[in-house]
Design a protein around this ligand. Structure first.
Ligand SMILES: [Zn+2]
Length: 208
């Protein structure tokens, strides 16, 4: 039927539209790689249903029901006899939200903070508690090693840098605003706002 344009190996099998939209999905790749040894396997052991919250569409909440497969690892020496296929473009392991919904909540958190982000998110149909939103901000992907090394030079000791980077490194690119698109006063206000959120997220522990 329809395929997510950015997720070529996910197929929508069923759509149910009412007050909420529910999509039943399945993966189309014939095989998956063992998480332990990397060996490709086509031997399906079982299937289970995983439910994910996604970004809303036409003002309605969207739920995805994904039929996920478990595979046998065929490498006799591998300690992982059975593994679950991963959906790296769609969601993180064990997450209840899609990556794009997590990103949206993280963006709200960075701009508005946890409390206001949760309130505005609820109005927009992007549900997440204050704590969830702050967790999304913290979980932002790491910047490149080069950026980390550049930042490292500003610290007195490797321990100090490590403590700071372990927290700040996760979201540091959010602090690099598109300076040339902004007036100086706007830039200052936005940076100040981001550091307020940062302090809320870290409770002042990052550079301690
Ligand atoms: Zn294996």
């Amino acid at each position: 039927m329809i395929i997510f344009p950015d997720l070529p190996e996910i197929l929508i099998e069923q759509t149910h539209v009412a007050d909420e939209i529910t999509l039943a999905l399945r993966t189309t790749s014939p095989s998956a790689s063992c998480l332990n040894c990397g060996t490709l396997s086509m031997r399906v052991q079982s299937r289970y249903r995983r439910t994910l919250h996604d970004l809303p569409s036409t003002g309605r909440p969207v739920h995805l029901i994904v039929h996920v497969r478990r595979f046998f690892c065929k490498k006799s020496t591998c300690t992982q006899k059975i593994f679950t296929e991963q959906l790296p473009e769609l969601c993180h392991p064990h997450a209840q939200r899609t990556i794009r919904l997590q990103d949206a909540l993280g963006q709200l958190g960075l701009v508005l903070g946890g409390q206001a982000g949760a309130r505005v998110g609820s109005d927009l149909g992007i549900s997440g508690s204050r704590d969830t939103i702050l967790r999304m901000v913290r979980q932002h992907p790491l910047p490149s090693t080069r950026q980390r090394e550049r930042t490292m030079r500003r610290f007195q000791s490797p321990g100090h840098a490590q403590r700071f980077l372990s927290a700040f490194g996760l979201i540091s690119d959010r602090f690099r605003l598109k300076r040339h698109y902004l007036s100086a006063p706007d830039y200052r206000v936005l940076m100040q706002r981001r550091f307020q959120v940062w302090n809320e997220v870290t409770a002042g522990k990052a550079a301690a």
